[in-house]
Design a protein around this ligand. Structure first.
Ligand SMILES: [Zn+2]
Length: 160
C-alpha cells in the first residue's frame, strides 16, 4: 500500500505522540483486541502497520509490537519479524507535549518574557513549544499555579 502525504498527516493527527521512547497511543477507533484501526484507500488497516510503513517506507508483511501495547503507534516499537532490520526513511521528532514543562520552567519563561529578555517566538523555540501557547503562559491564561510574573496582554513585547 502506498500512502500519500495527506494520508500521513491524517494518520499522525490520530496518534498521541510523546517522546521517542514512549508508547504513542492511537486516539481513534480500535479493534476488540486493542489495535488501532485506520481507514485509508477504501480499506481498514492496522494503525501500527501504517506507522511502520510511514517510518520505513515499506508495508510490513507482519507487524509486531516490541512494547506489547497493541494501541501503540510509535514506529520504534513496531517490528516486522519477517523482514531484516530496516533503516527509517522518516526522521521522527517527538511531539512536545506542552504540559510536560514543569513549574520551574514555566516561571523561567514568564520571567524571561517579563524582563524583556526573550520574545514569545524565542521562548517557543527554546522550550520546544508553540508561540500561541507561550502567549497563554506569559499572560497567565494557563498554568496559573506555576507562579512567576504575569504579563498583561499587549505588554512586554520588547526583547533585549
Ligand atoms: Zn509502544
Amino acid at each position: 500500500m502506498a500512502l500519500t502525504q495527506r494520508d500521513a498527516e491524517r494518520f499522525w493527527r490520530k496518534v498521541q505522540r510523546g517522546n521517542l521512547d514512549e508508547c504513542w497511543p492511537w486516539k481513534a477507533s480500535r479493534t476488540n483486541a486493542g489495535y488501532g484501526q485506520f481507514g485509508v484507500q477504501g480499506k481498514v488497516v492496522g494503525a501500527h502497520r501504517v506507522a511502520y510503513c510511514l517510518h520505513y517506507g515499506v508495508w510490513p508483511d507482519a507487524a509486531r509490537h516490541t512494547c506489547n501495547n497493541p494501541v501503540c503507534c510509535n514506529p520504534r516499537h513496531i517490528i516486522d519479524p519477517t523482514a531484516p532490520r530496516r533503516a527509517p526513511i522518516s526522521h521522527l521528532q517527538p511531539m512536545h507535549s506542552q504540559s510536560r514543562h514543569n513549574d520551574a520552567e514555566i516561571r523561567q519563561m514568564r520571567e524571561l518574557y517579563a524582563r524583556g529578555k526573550a520574545t514569545q517566538a524565542q521562548l517557543a523555540q527554546q522550550y520546544g513549544a508553540t508561540q500561541p501557547w507561550i502567549g497563554q503562559v506569559v499572560r497567565g491564561e494557563c498554568r496559573k499555579k506555576a507562579g512567576g510574573p504575569i504579563t498583561a496582554f499587549g505588554r512586554g513585547r520588547r526583547a533585549a
